[in-house]
Design a protein around this ligand. Structure first.
Ligand code: ACO
Length: 431
């Protein structure tokens, strides 16, 4: 017999179905509760609400587990690369050689930003926040490619393969171009080379001197992007789903996701970690004084890169990236004092009852900034790189929303706490 939960309101019982996910996680299905009882569920910020069924990513924050389409993140990090993982996240299976080649060709053929679109860059002040530029220019893709952005699920899904490849490839190109625009450097156009190498080429080539990425550098960027490819129903992904649920096209929905990611509580944390490490370094601290201050409970002195809204155990991505950080810096012969400070902070926090009792462990952002710095990526571009990495997850989630035969527009309810009904007063009577 199907399991149910029972809820009693004023002695009236309501039986609520229990749903079970493929990894055994359970939910109480309250979809009919309001119709049957007049009550809604209150869950500010949706912290305990399943907003969808999804078969893309499984995350168990209590046990530090992250899997895409069933594959553990540790195995993907070891054996796969960003483009292959992007294909997996979007299409649900690891690609065959033929599928991988086809996907790679689509990415390469759709990498360039046409001249008309390039003019959009010039409309921005050269000190515009990079994420503001990125979200605006990505939104403009819907205007430049209207045949891929019809705001009709059926038609947009028919062109999905092209739109998805275009989005992944162009977000990366736009990221590199806005960096060059802001630094007064001429644009470098994409070449027929692999995805990560191409990004670094467009970022760092000099006049008459093409930047050719060392294999270690391209590998490190691949790992970094791969580790960000998807992360279940985080703020930006839920935003993409919410916007997409209105039948908004892929590009418009991605632009909204980029805007959500730009906030310091979400994609901006990697920047905050670097600023913190730099400040500790500049003050001549080895981390010891900062750790003590971080225990004060004040939000302004938190140990950035520690703690996570869903991981109550280690963040599996942080383990991978922490190890990679050490190796990448060693291979590149970089001796970054900030890495030592980060290690000191981590070791001290992992022995300290304040952090242990609150289950605060390093998250992915704790080390990602140090890797980006080693690759030569400036701090104000960190969140842009995060967006390039997260694009596959957003795209996969948009596709899931667009493909649901019985999907409904995302439309939560609220508990109204404003004034009760009152009558309009003419201006002269308003005190
Ligand atoms: N440093 C010091 N104390 C902390 C930290 C921290 N980084 N994080 C949480 N705490 C403390 C809180 O003060 C609170 O203490 P209390 O119980 O004495 O009041 C306790 O730990 C629980 O904290 P919450 O605020 O409930 O944790 P929550 O789950 O709401 O927040 C968050 C998670 C926002 C990530 C928080 O840990 C934080 O601010 N971390 C630093 C910022 C950061 O690294 N963000 C990146 C997240 S990863 C990402 O978005 C890609």
């Amino acid at each position: 017999m199907a399991k149910t939960a029972s809820l009693k309101i004023d002695d009236k019982p309501f039986d609520l179905p229990i749903m079970t996910g493929s990894e055994g996680e359970q939910a109480i299905d309250v979809r009919r509760l309001r119709a049957e009882s007049g009550y809604i569920c209150f869950d500010q910020g949706y912290g305990n609400t399943g907003s969808c069924e999804s078969n893309i990513t499984y995350l168990d924050g209590d046990n530090g587990i992250l899997r895409h389409r069933g594959y553990p993140i540790e195995q993907l990090a070891q054996h796969s690369d960003f483009v292959e993982t992007a294909y997996l996240v979007i299409y649900g299976e690891l690609p065959t050689e033929k599928q991988r080649n086809h996907f790679g060709t689509l990415l390469r053929k759709n990498a360039a930003i046409e001249t008309q679109m390039q003019r959009i860059f010039e409309g921005f002040p050269d000190d515009a926040p990079p994420m503001a530029m990125l979200s605006s220019i990505v939104a403009s893709l819907a205007a430049h490619y209207p045949e891929l952005a019809t705001n009709n699920f059926e038609r947009d899904l028919q062109n999905f393969d092209l739109a998805a490849a275009m989005a992944i490839s162009k977000i990366r190109t736009i990221g590199a171009m806005l960096y060059r625009y802001q630094n007064g450097m001429p644009y470098v156009h994409p070449k027929d080379i692999p995805f990560c190498e191409n990004f670094l080429h467009m970022m760092f080539s000099e006049p008459y001197k093409d930047y050719v990425a060392e294999p270690e550098i391209a590998k490190a960027l691949n790992l970094l992007l791969l580790l960000h490819a998807d992360h279940e129903q985080n703020c930006s992904t839920s935003t993409v789903r919410m916007v997409g649920s209105s039948a908004a096209n892929l590009f418009t929905s991605l632009s909204a996701g980029i805007s959500a990611l730009s906030g310091p509580l979400h994609g901006g944390a990697n920047t905050a970690v670097m600023n913190m490490l730099q400040m500790i370094h500049d003050e001549g601290d080895d981390g010891t004084r900062f750790i003590e201050a971080a225990k004060s409970g004040s939000k302004s002195s938190r140990l950035m890169g520690f703690g996570h809204a869903v991981y109550r155990n280690f963040d599996p991505r942080a383990k991978i990236i922490g190890d990679a950080c050490e190796k990448v810096l060693a291979k590149l012969g970089i001796d970054d004092p900030l890495l030592e400070i980060a290690r000191n902070l981590e070791q001290a926090a992992l022995k300290d009852d304040y952090f242990l009792s609150r289950k605060l462990y390093p998250n992915v952002d704790f080390y990602s900034g140090i890797i980006m710095r080693a690759l030569g990526i400036p701090v104000n571009m960190f969140t842009v790189v995060f967006a390039i990495g997260r694009a596959p997850g957003w795209i996969a989630n948009w596709r899931e929303v667009a493909s649901q035969p019985k999907g409904r527009i995302y439309r939560p309810r609220q508990i109204y706490s404003g004034p009760v009904k009152r009558d309009y007063t003419p201006m002269g009577d308003r005190g």
